[in-house]
Design a protein around this ligand. Structure first.
Ligand code: NDP
Length: 294
């Protein structure tokens, strides 16, 4: 049996299109244009690419986009001042500060300074706490994308045995809460977990967020399981070129799993689409317009 490939590109495009329809409706009916502000400190090339893609996709969805570029030597106080200005700006409904920040800046203090109502990355302590308490919250984009992808395969995740490999604040920890909200039974594994392969082999749903190229092998996977690969790893090839791979040995897992996400073209596509979803949700909440359709 060859696994179904979960096409993140198509699913993300559909999600972005639905965000665009609802953003247009809100504009038409309420005169509100959802607005996303991206703050980039320094000129890290990967961060520049991410921010550019976020700006482009925000505009393509008919939403307003604001970019704030600060020099690499910007101080904590300067960055905080930008965040505070955006907190007060009525045209801005979502604020994202592109991470990682240059050395010397404290990312936790910056993220905590973002108004929780505008925290579209869902990383502030208020949103993390609300998620942990099972309350409505702005949810981190990559974990939200993973849930949406898993639900394209399973109408309900209820009762499924899910294992998350990785316990970062960005991915693994919020995923636990989102899966619990879906009534899955959740195991979270990390670098100190013993006998990871056999724990994985019991799971109906495997979510790998480790940052280790192709670590999850076919013999770790229960036949028919759904595998969501969050990892993005650039590996060097013999000819001097590089290639992106996930945390899952894709070609061999394809032969065993029931469904699997590719890298690229899987979870990565969903992250920005979910940022747009969160911006729309934030705009609706701030203007008391009720839940958007997306
Ligand atoms: P972190 O480095 O913050 O966390 C990695 C986690 O993996 C840690 O909890 C660590 O355990 C665990 N780990 C490391 N080695 C092992 C091992 N041998 N066995 C089991 N667990 C292990 O990474 P992130 O969560 O930020 O990112 C993970 C991956 O996802 C990366 O490849 C990243 O590029 C990618 N990513 C992709 C996104 C997307 O949009 N698709 C968005 C965000 C991340 P411990 O806590 O014990 O150290």
């Amino acid at each position: 049996m060859v696994a179904k490939v979960i096409d993140g590109k198509v699913i993300a495009a559909d999600l972005r299109a639905r965000v665009a329809v609802d953003a247009a409706r809100i504009k038409r009916e309420h005169g509100v244009t959802p607005g996303l502000a991206a703050v980039l400190v320094g000129s890290d090339p990967a961060s520049q690419v991410y921010v550019r893609s976020k700006v482009k996709q925000t505009e393509a969805a008919g939403m307003a986009s604001f970019e704030h570029l600060l020099p690499v030597n910007a101080s904590q106080a300067e960055l905080l001042a930008v965040v505070e200005k955006l907190n007060r700006d009525p045209l801005v409904h979502g604020i994202l500060v592109q991470l990682p920040l240059p050395a010397g800046l404290d990312p936790q203090a910056i993220v905590a300074a973002i108004d929780p109502a505008k925290d579209v990355d869902g990383l502030s302590p208020v949103n993390a706490g609300r998620i942990a308490n099972g309350l409505p919250a702005l949810t981190p984009c990559t974990p939200l994308g993973c849930i949406i992808l898993a639900k394209t395969v399973h109408a309900s995740l209820e009762g499924m045995n899910a294992i998350i490999i990785g316990r970062s604040n960005l991915v693994g920890r919020p995923l636990v809460q989102l899966l619990l909200n879906e009534n899955a039974t959740v195991t979270i594994a990390h670098s100190r977990t013993r006998d990871l392969a056999s724990m994985c082999a019991r799971a109906d749903l495997v979510l790998a967020a480790v940052g280790k190229p192709e670590m999850v092998k076919a013999n770790w996977i229960k036949p028919g399981a759904t595998v969501i690969d969050v990892g993005i790893n650039r590996i060097a090839l013999a000819d001097g070129k590089t290639r992106l791979v996930g945390d899952v040995a894709y070609n061999e897992v394809l032969e065993v799993a029931g469904a699997v996400t590719p890298v690229p073209g899987g979870v990565g596509q969903m992250t920005v689409a979910c940022l747009l979803v969160n911006t729309l949700r934030a705009a609706c909440a701030i203007h008391a317009l009720g839940q958007p359709a997306v």
